[in-house]
Design a protein around this ligand. Structure first.
Ligand code: EPU
Length: 428
């Protein structure tokens, strides 16, 4: 097992390229199950979640090749194999196998998903959708079993705006009989990306990206080629670290429209930002002012950027209130930031950040993916050396992070952990 080491305080300068969107990738890959002939997706990020899903498709009989970001999936010989445990537990998005396998085979058995621990993360809205389409859903010993004689289109109102439920219902409905209408649907760009792939496969979907999605079921879907959208959370992480420790950072392969809430907040803080078609330039940020943020569903401020943004706020003058309305317990990075000298307290669903402070290098642990990103941002700002453990979380979502940051002049490297350190980590 490895840890990350960062020597902070060196200004970052240059161009950094964003990879394909993790939260699209983890839905696009299961969506290939719905086709009867090979599907190729290009621009996929080289992250462990993608490798795990590749292995899961192979487990159910898919022929999959993956290299240089391009994945070719031949789903023609797939079977509805039960996946009650094992790799499905490694990532949250394994729940998309439910919708895709139900859509193609009318049955599926999938272990309850894993992923980051951010407080309660129920999937009741996914299940409500599957049931409305005619599936019988049971929960047996930690796995969800889904069966349907046939799937019939239905009108489904989501009680909670959910990215996962919106996509999962879309996956199950594209091959159902008749029309499905999803009301109060989520509007994230990843939903449009999945709808684009499905449409290229022959599905009939209208309204993806709005809060009402209409799907007219078709009998069969066929293979196609699809290019994934850039990762707006990775792009946002780079924008934040550009403001935190940069001296002119150009972010390449980004859709600025996806970044509007972050751009607005960063400008409010005093960060110089210029945007063009596919790039965002973050100028050297001198005196930053504290700003409050509240996470909301898209196009509001993304919960996935709340943690790295909190690190940036430690540099800002004044008191900032960070409120997460999506996940109640997404504050595990705060204790670690405090070890680095941050002045932050948590009150209920909010964190109050007082600044500016000079962060100091320390030994810290990433408890989830974006907490890891927050600690990397903090490490780049800090005086001295920061050691980050829990790298397996960061590797789930950031492709070649060390190499990309080295390209900006960061002093960052991976190091093998000693047996004593591993022992310590286990008991912490
Ligand atoms: N919710 C329910 N019931 C459901 C589904 C969701 O109550 O059936 C609640 C959740 O507990 C949460 C809220 O609704 O409070 C939103 O959850 P959503 O379903 O939108 O989240 P998700 O689909 O499980 C995706 C991303 C997350 C991201 C959220 C919010 C993937 C694989 N994950 O999760 O990404 O935080 O949307 O935008 O797409 C990350 O990338 O670090 C990450 C955690």
């Amino acid at each position: 097992m490895e840890k990350l080491k960062i020597a902070g305080g060196y200004p970052l300068k240059g161009t950094i390229k964003v990879s394909g969107a993790k939260n699209s990738a983890v839905a696009l890959i299961p969506a290939t199950i719905l086709a009867d002939s090979p599907v190729t997706i290009e621009g996929l990020p080289e992250i462990s979640d993608v490798q795990t899903l590749k292995a899961l498709l192979e487990e159910i009989g898919g022929e999959v090749s993956f290299g240089d970001g391009e994945m070719r999936v031949d789903p023609s010989r797939m079977i509805s194999m039960p996946l009650p445990s094992g790799k499905v537990k490694k990532l949250r998005a394994s729940y998309y196998l439910m919708g895709a396998m139900l859509g193609r085979f009318k049955k599926a058995a999938i272990g309850l998903p894993g992923g980051c621990h951010l407080g309660p993360r129920p999937i009741d809205q996914h299940i409500k959708g599957f049931e409305a389409l005619g599936a019988e859903v049971t929960n047996e010993q930690g796995a969800i079993y889904l069966r349907a004689e046939e799937l019939r289109g239905a009108r489904i109102y989501l009680d909670v705006v959910s990215v996962g439920a919106t996509i999962n219902i879309m996956l199950a409905a594209v091959r159902a009989k008749g029309q499905t209408i999803i009301e109060n649907a989520a509007k994230e760009p990843e939903i449009i990306d999945v709808a684009t792939l499905l449409t290229n496969m022959g599905a009939r979907i209208k309204g993806a990206g709005t809060d009402v999605i209409r799907i007219d079921g078709v009998d069969n879907l066929s293979g196609c080629r699809h290019t994934i959208i850039p990762d707006r959370i990775e792009a946002g992480t780079f924008m934040i670290l550009g403001a935190a420790a940069g001296d002119g950072v150009l972010i390449d392969n980004v859709i600025p429209l996806h970044m509007e809430s972050l751009i607005a907040k960063m400008r409010e803080m005093g960060v110089p930002i210029e945007t063009s078609d596919e790039q965002i330039f973050i100028g050297k940020a001198e005196n930053l002012n504290a700003v409050d943020i509240k996470t909301l569903v898209y196009p509001g401020f993304p919960t996935d950027l709340q943690q790295p943004f909190t690190s940036l706020l430690t540099r800002a003058k004044g008191s900032a209130v960070v409120t997460d309305t999506i996940y109640s317990a997404r504050f595990k990075h705060i204790d670690e930031l405090r070890r680095m000298n941050a002045n932050i307290k948590v009150e209920g669903r909010s964190a109050i950040v007082n600044g500016p402070v000079q962060l100091q290098g320390a030994k810290v642990k990433a408890s989830d993916l974006r907490a890891g990103a927050a600690l990397v941002v903090a490490g780049l700002m800090a005086e001295g050396i920061t050691e980050v453990t829990g790298l397996e979380h960061i590797d789930r979502g950031y492709s070649s992070l060390v190499e990309k940051l080295e390209g900006l002049g960061a002093t960052i490297w991976r190091e093998k952990m000693s047996p004593e350190e591993l022992e310590q980590l286990k008991s912490s």
